[in-house]
Design a binder for this molecule. Structure first.
Ligand SMILES: [Zn+2]
Length: 283
C-alpha cells in the first residue's frame, strides 16, 4: 500500500493536561499495565492530542494486559469531546508495557488496526515504559500497520488554538439548540430510506417548484430535502408538535406529481399540497 503523503504526520503534540493524565494513570497502576484512549485532531500534519482518558473504574489491569471499561470510556469520551468548540475526535490510544518492551504484540496489532480503520488519517498509538524513567514512544498507525515512529512534544501553546477552544456560555442559545434538534430529527427520519446520490431530474425539479415554494411559506412544518434522481425525499418535522413524516415525491408515467409516505399513504400533487396546509389535528 502506498501512503498518501498528505496523511503522514510529522510529530505528535500533547496538551499538558493529556500528558499529565497519562503520567498519573501510569503512576497509579505501577507496576501493572494500564492505558487509555486519546482525543484530539489530525491537523497540519500533526496528531494533536488534547485529552487522554483513563481506562475506567471497571478496567482490569494485570502485569501484562489490561482491558478497558468500555461503558466508562465511551461515556467520558463523548462528554469531553463536546466541551470544545470543535468537538474532539477519537484519534488513538496508549498503553503501558512492562520493563523496556516497546514493540507491539499481536493483540496490540489487532487493536491498532481497528483504530486505524476508523479514520482516513489512520491512528496514533503510544507505548509507555518505565525503564526506570517514564518513556513514551509514539507511532503513527496507517491502515496497513506500517508503523512510523513520531517525535512527541508537550505544550499547550504548540496546539493550534482553533482546536483547543472550550465552549462557553455564549455558544448556547435556544435557537442553536433547536437547530441541532432539527438536524437530529431529520437524520433520524432520513435513515429510514435508502438514498440514491444523484441530482434531481430536471423535469421533476420543474414540476416540484410550486410545492417547494409552498413549503417555504407554510408555518406548520420544518423540512429537509434529499435529491435522489427520479425522486425527491422530503422529511417533515412539525414545529410545535410531535408529528414526523417522510415522503418521496416523484412523477407518475403521465408526468403528474405523486407523493408516497413511508407508511404507504399515497397522494397526488393537489392532495399533498392540501396536506401541507392542514392545521394540525394530530399525526
Ligand atoms: Zn501491548
Amino acid at each position: 500500500m502506498t501512503l498518501d503523503k498528505s496523511f503522514v504526520p510529522i510529530e505528535v503534540i500533547f496538551s499538558s493536561r493529556a500528558h499529565a493524565a497519562i503520567c498519573a494513570e501510569t503512576m497509579e497502576h505501577h507496576p501493572l499495565e494500564t492505558g487509555g484512549i486519546l482525543l484530539g485532531h489530525f491537523h497540519q500534519h500533526r496528531w494533536q492530542v488534547i485529552e487522554a482518558i483513563d481506562p475506567g473504574l471497571g478496567a482490569r489491569c494485570t502485569s501484562t494486559t489490561f482491558e478497558y471499561d468500555h461503558a466508562y470510556v465511551n461515556h467520558l469520551a463523548r462528554k469531553l469531546a463536546s466541551q470544545y468548540r470543535l468537538p474532539l475526535r477519537l484519534i488513538g490510544l496508549w498503553h503501558r508495557h512492562p520493563n523496556s518492551f516497546d514493540n507491539f504484540s499481536n493483540v496490540d496489532n489487532i487493536t491498532n488496526r481497528r483504530f486505524a480503520a476508523m479514520s482516513i488519517h489512520g491512528a496514533l498509538s503510544c507505548l509507555v515504559n518505565l525503564d526506570p524513567d517514564f518513556r513514551l514512544t509514539a507511532y503513527h498507525v496507517p491502515k496497513d500497520l506500517s508503523y512510523q515512529h513520531l517525535p512527541a512534544v508537550v505544550g499547550d501553546s504548540l496546539i493550534d488554538s482553533s482546536l483547543f477552544t472550550p465552549i462557553c456560555a455564549a455558544d448556547i442559545s435556544t435557537k442553536r439548540l433547536s437547530d441541532q434538534n432539527l438536524v437530529l430529527d431529520l437524520q433520524q427520519l432520513f435513515i429510514r430510506l435508502p438514498r440514491a446520490h444523484s441530482a434531481l431530474q430536471f423535469r421533476l425539479a420543474s414540476a416540484l417548484d410550486p410545492l417547494l415554494q409552498q413549503l417555504d411559506v407554510q408555518k406548520r412544518w420544518l423540512y429537509g430535502l434529499r435529491a435522489c434522481g427520479h425522486c425527491l425525499q422530503l422529511a417533515l418535522v412539525e414545529q410545535r408538535g410531535p408529528c414526523r413524516e417522510l415522503w418521496e415525491l416523484a412523477l407518475c408515467p403521465r408526468g403528474l406529481i405523486t407523493a408516497l409516505r413511508d407508511d404507504g399513504l399515497r397522494l397526488n400533487g393537489t392532495q399533498f399540497s392540501d396536506h401541507l396546509l392542514e392545521v394540525n389535528h394530530g399525526c
